[in-house]
Design a protein around this ligand. Structure first.
Ligand code: GLN
Length: 551
């Protein structure tokens, strides 16, 4: 079938959940038997978010093919249960880099290179790559930012042109806006939505659907008003009230008959009846009162929870499977260094030290790993968290506080974590780490092998430094196990401590592969250890039947 495109733009303000809306709409279409993919267009000039501070951008989500992408791609993968490709995240930086390098090569043969048509053509070429790379029949394209931003103009112009390129039936525009609430009069306001639709129209795009986000119930009258002023059918005005339960969004859109409307407008008929039983169970399970356990997340960007989006989701997925609630206690590792905030660590029954870069807060995390080891508190180290667990144990096993990673101390006499050999001559920072899916051979009789119940797994990576093999033997003699290795045996991918209920670190990022109804085995094993420590038994409900339905 001809590829169908659904374009999502944002209006009024950013951060209203456009990414989740796109992901949820993707799920609606997948439930109807279509192959779906989602692309994010980011109007910033960085080539990818890999070089950006998590404070600016939140988490960097890594794909199988090693692309460092916007965190919205995490939502797409988790909601739709698909694996995306590098072509699914496009930035202004990529577009310009391509056009300028072509110009330098002389490909344009004397032409004047301009935003229209050269930049817009390159944007359209990249939109076209998605169906080729992923086999998707319906491609959702989300544009970052808000209509009216100068940066997003070339993207919007490209989208406008797409309608005449691919035809009306093959292109739909959804505008996601925000209805502010005026406390003094107790009203929701549609005026900003009207203005933003007007702005969109002035660019030449008329929305086919408006998703109106709001913190409060939206009444019929208001929906009529939006339909009237924004010139969309009433059934294409979709109110979306804020929910605490993210995974409820697809069902909210289903109830608003979004799936049916979109298919009708695209001239498609559903290939199968959507089956929401799995999602209903998930949401019911999320809402059920459950016993709570506390897990401390010791990081350096903890003020911004989005910086650890996938970790938080992976914890939720595992908690759901075990029928408990996990309260994540956000701990700033620099505070721990000053002797502050330890009560949060001490009152938690498990500790996660997630990924990170640079030396700020490192010692606080190392002290956390020491506390976990000595007090037999379940510890799960993700990438940097694994490296710090190795450093902490080396300081103890080698009897020298100077053991370190060369990332933090170039001249350490004990470089137990060191730059990977193939990283030594790399000067560019962007896209040059060890990135993406690599195989990992599990070693028998280890926590990791028990958790996975498999011999060989593939996990997503994003790092420059690695376990230094010169120290394998000493640390092994002192009680460290290498439970996951690269198939050639050269790289330590998982390390764990003997005689500890669960102290395990992975060089990869397991959080990127966790799904709401397919929790990651290591997150599950970690949380089981946390429960054991609290004396709680897993209280799963419905989850077996949920799992059985996953393809
Ligand atoms: N900074 C470490 C490295 O580059 C860890 C990276 C990470 O946690 N993603 O190896």
């Amino acid at each position: 079938m001809t590829t169908k495109y659904i374009f999502l733009t944002g209006g009024v303000v950013s951060s209203v959940g456009k990414g989740v809306t796109a992901a949820a709409i993707g799920r609606l279409l997948k439930e109807r038997g279509f192959q779906v993919s989602v692309q994010k267009l980011d109007p910033y000039l960085n080539v990818d978010p890999g070089t950006m501070s998590p404070y600016q951008h939140g988490e960097v989500f890594v794909l199988d093919d090693g692309a460092e992408t916007d965190l919205d791609l995490g939502h797409y993968e988790r909601f739709i249960d698909i694996s995306l490709s590098r072509v699914c995240n496009v930035t202004t930086g990529q577009v310009y880099a391509e056009v300028i390098s072509k110009e330098r090569r002389g490909d344009y043969l004397g032409g004047t290179i301009q935003v229209i048509p050269h930049i817009t053509n390159e944007i359209k070429r990249r939109i076209g790559l998605v169906s080729k790379a992923t086999g998707a029949e319906i491609v959702l394209v989300e544009i970052g930012g808000t209509v009216g931003d100068i940066e997003s103009l070339p993207f919007l112009e490209a989208l406008r042109q797409m309608r005449s390129d691919v035809g009306r039936e093959n292109s739909l525009y959804i505008h996601v806006t925000w209805l502010p609430y005026i406390g003094a009069t107790g009203e929701l306001k549609t005026k900003p939505t009207q203005h933003s639709v007007r702005e969109l129209r002035s660019i030449g795009i008329s929305p086919d659907m408006i998703v109106a986000r709001s913190d409060f119930m939206v009444d019929e009258e208001l929906m009529d008003k939006i339909a009237l002023f924004c010139d969309v059918e009433k059934r294409a005005v979709v109110p979306m009230v804020t929910t605490k339960v993210l995974y409820e969004v697809p069902m909210m859109l289903e109830k608003a008959r979004v799936g049916e409307y979109l298919l009708e407008r695209m001239g498609l008929t559903a290939r199968q009846e959507p089956d929401w039983s799995l999602w209903e169970k998930l949401v019911a399970e999320i809402r059920r009162e459950k016993p709570t356990v506390k897990v401390a997340l010791v990081g350096k960007y903890v003020e911004l929870h989005d910086a650890y989006m996938s970790v938080r989701e992976a914890v939720k997925h595992a908690a759901l499977a075990l029928g408990v609630e996990v309260e994540i206690v956000w701990v700033h590792s620099s505070e721990l260094e000053k002797g502050r905030g330890w009560e949060s660590v001490h009152s938690s029954d498990g500790i996660i030290v997630p990924g990170g870069f640079g030396s700020r807060g490192i010692e606080g995390k190392i002290l956390t790993a020491r506390y976990a080891r000595e007090n037999k508190v379940p510890y799960f180290g993700l990438c940097l968290g694994m490296q710090l667990m190795v450093i902490e144990f080396s300081r103890y096993a080698l009897g020298n506080e100077e053991a370190n990673s060369t990332e933090f101390d170039r001249s350490t006499p004990y470089p137990v974590i060191d730059l990977m050999p193939d990283q030594r001559d790399i000067a560019d920072m962007g896209g040059t780490m060890r990135l993406g899916l690599y195989p990992c051979q599990l070693q028998p009789n280890t926590l990791a092998a028990k958790a996975y119940q498999q011999d060989l797994v593939k996990e997503r990576h994003r790092h420059r430094f690695e376990f230094n093999n010169a120290y394998r033997k000493v640390l092994e003699d002192a009680g460290m196990r290498y439970s996951g290795l690269s198939p050639d045996g050269r790289l330590v991918e998982i390390a764990e401590m003997e005689e500890h209920p669960f102290m395990l670190g992975t060089q990869f990022h397991p959080e990127f592969l966790s799904r709401p109804n397919r929790p990651h085995p290591l997150f599950l094993a970690f949380l089981e250890a946390v429960l054991k420590r609290t004396g709680l038994l897993p209280q799963p409900a419905n989850i077996e039947s949920v799992e059985a339905k996953i393809e």
